[in-house]
Design a protein around this ligand. Structure first.
Ligand code: DC
Length: 222
């Protein structure tokens, strides 16, 4: 049986790495819902739109033409055929994605798209509200967390690996601000579902996190 696996948690907890590994291990589809919010933010930036302009944001959401394709182990994101994988990972897009994700109209508008991508099982979805809102019936829900300092260190490594000139302090303060916004927003805030399995990746390797999630999926019959 192919089931739905929901992985939620704050930025830098290792969700992307682990979700990708879980999807590969189970031959499940991978749905990076953060990339969807990031794509909305990117289009809003390009159109120089104010991020509280709900009408214009709704137009973007309605017309969103997004595709994911795994290329050489990278989950590439395409908007109307344009590869935006790198363009949606800048600190500016991160900040604006968190901002647009506070708008109820954006969240509501993206719900159907995310559920369509989830299908009827056989998918790993990663995000902030997958277990609580998007797929509340997912048989396996994971809440993946890690110490803020460790999360910032990982994000710093990732950004520096891409040649970005950033400091640990800047990454940490951006992350703390984004966490506060994601957890404090009124609509579908980041929180663990009541029946989620909590995993702390601070002291676990990605392989250990993967093992635990695959074991939970097996136990759930997936
Ligand atoms: O996972 P990420 O860092 O790529 O997500 C970018 C932003 O999108 C994040 O700050 C909050 C928002 N988001 C959300 O509100 N709900 C989701 N399911 C996924 C992401």
């Amino acid at each position: 049986m192919s089931i739905t696996v929901a992985i939620d948690g704050p930025a830098g907890a290792g969700k992307s790495t682990v979700a990708k590994a879980v999807a590969a291990a189970l031959s499940y589809r991978l749905v990076d819902t953060g990339a969807i919010y990031r794509s909305v933010a990117l289009l809003a930036q390009r159109q120089k739109m104010s991020l509280d302009d709900d009408k214009s944001l709704e137009t973007i959401v309605r017309g969103l033409d997004i595709d994911f394709t795994m290329v050489d182990g990278v989950n590439r994101v395409f908007l109307r055929g344009e590869d935006v994988t790198d363009a949606i990972r800048t600190p500016e897009v991160s900040r604006d994605a968190s901002l647009v994700s506070t708008r109820p109209s954006v969240r509501q508008g993206l719900l159907a798209l995310q559920r369509r991508l989830a299908g009827h099982g056989g998918a790993v979805l990663e995000g902030r509200d997958i277990g609580t809102v998007v797929c509340p019936n997912a048989p396996v829900k994971i809440y993946l967390d890690a110490d803020p300092g460790e999360r910032a260190r990982r994000r710093l490594e990732e950004l520096r690996g891409k040649g970005k000139d950033v400091t640990h302090e800047a990454v940490l303060s951006d992350m703390v601000a984004r966490d506060a916004q994601d957890m404090g927003r009124e609509h579908a805030p980041l929180k663990a579902a009541d029946d989620a399995i909590h995993l702390d990746s601070t002291a676990l390797t990605p392989e250990e996190v993967l093992e635990r999630i695959v074991a939970a999926v097996r136990q759930a019959g997936g």
